[in-house]
Design a protein around this ligand. Structure first.
Ligand SMILES: Cc1cc2nc3c(=O)[nH]c(=O)nc-3n(C[C@H](O)[C@H](O)[C@H](O)COP(=O)(O)OP(=O)(O)OC[C@H]3O[C@@H](n4cnc5c(N)ncnc54)[C@H](O)[C@@H]3O)c2cc1C
Length: 317
């Protein structure tokens, strides 16, 4: 630990990147971005399908951007290119492939410990998102078929018979895209969708009508079994179907244990406690992006959190 950074940001997603870029643009010089993946934006890389349309006002949540970092509609690829250019042009110090394990305040500064090194900083922003811990079903996944039960599209290959589970835009977009190359069923436990944008909803029903995919709505999954190396899905209506692969797209949860290791206090519902400046109960320790939102969250929201946090840090100097 030979340098005390003005600010360390944990998590190289839209929230983390925009915080470092905003900070540099506004005059904070020694800033470090720590990311556990081998590159930035792991949520976008792993959970967005290729060529996915990326909406600025995601799920109809209209956000007026406040800071210096701009953002507009695009695709998965153009969004990643944009964040690449922000990091390159901002000359941001990065530590990739480094997972932060804990944050501890000692005196007036924070000790940030990663799998590879230790760092010291005056301020820390935790922007680790929620998709490092995707939601899982309540029923057990038999170990022998774990490889065939996934929470993103990394392992899907062309021609497989797939079941996508979920009722949000992620599940819908996975199903629509994969139906071009695979036999796809989308299962949602409720009889109708309530959280989809109009385009996804319209397309799903159109694809279903044209038998490009199958909608299996209003029925839940009871259990999964190994059926000769495939996944037998037992539904609550007594029917079952065997699939090559099942992909759950049912959102993510707050990584409670990690937040506790950073000294962040949580309320009774397990949500982190922070004030209107996104500062936790530990002065100088902030949270932003998806983990500062109980449900939902978007790139534009994460950008605005970063702007407010940097404003507050600069105001304290
Ligand atoms: C399928 C899907 C489609 C979406 N489509 C849109 C859209 O069209 N428009 C939109 O605005 N939003 C969309 N979203 C939501 C958007 O992706 C999130 O709101 C946004 O990524 C949140 O940014 P973030 O920086 O808070 O977290 P994330 O993007 O989740 O980034 C967190 C980063 O922190 C890293 N990390 C985690 N733990 C550690 C650790 N201990 N140490 C170091 N690094 C760590 C992760 O590897 C990750 O790179 C979509 C989400 C999904 C899942």
């Amino acid at each position: 630990m030979n340098c005390v950074y003005d600010m360390i940001v944990i998590g190289g997603g839209p929230g983390g990147i925009s915080a470092t870029v905003e900070a540099k643009m506004r005059g904070l010089q020694s800033v470090l971005l720590i990311e556990k993946g081998e590159n930035h934006s792991q949520t976008i890389r792993k959970f967005y399908k290729d060529n996915k349309r990326v909406d600025k006002d995601y799920k109809g949540q209209v956000v007026e951007l406040k800071g210096s970092v701009q953002f507009s509609d695009g695709s998965k690829e153009s969004t990643l290119d944009y964040f690449d250019s922000l990091l390159d042009n901002g000359e941001i110090d990065t530590a990739f492939n480094s997972e932060v394990e804990s944050v501890k305040k000692v005196g007036n500064s924070f000790q940030v410990v990663t799998t590879k090194a230790g760092y010291e900083a005056k301020n820390v922003i935790v922007a680790i998102g929620k998709m490092g811990k995707p939601n899982k079903p309540d029923y057990p996944i038999p170990p022998s078929i774990k490889q065939l039960v996934n929470f993103n599209l990394d392992k899907c290959s062309q021609g497989e018979k797939l079941l996508i589970v979920g009722g949000g835009n992620s599940a819908a977009e996975y199903a629509l895209e994969l139906s071009k190359t695979n036999t796809v069923t989308l299962n949602y436990r409720r009889p109708t969708f309530s959280r989809l944008n109009d385009i996804n909803e319209e397309q799903l029903y159109a694809y279903d009508g044209q038998e490009l995919l199958r909608l299996r709505l209003g029925v839940d999954i009871k259990s999964l079994e190994n059926a000769s190396g495939k996944v037998r899905v037992n539904f609550t209506d007594g029917n079952f179907t065997v699939y090559d692969r099942v992909v759950y797209a049912i959102g993510g949860t707050t990584p409670v244990d990690f937040l506790k290791k950073c000294g962040i206090t949580l309320d009774g519902a397990g949500h982190p406690i922070f004030d209107e400046n996104y500062q936790t109960e530990v002065p100088g320790l902030y949270i932003g992006g998806d983990i500062a939102v109980n449900s939902g969250g978007s790139i534009a929201m994460a950008l605005n959190h970063s702007y407010h946090i940097i404003e507050h840090i600069l105001g304290q100097r």
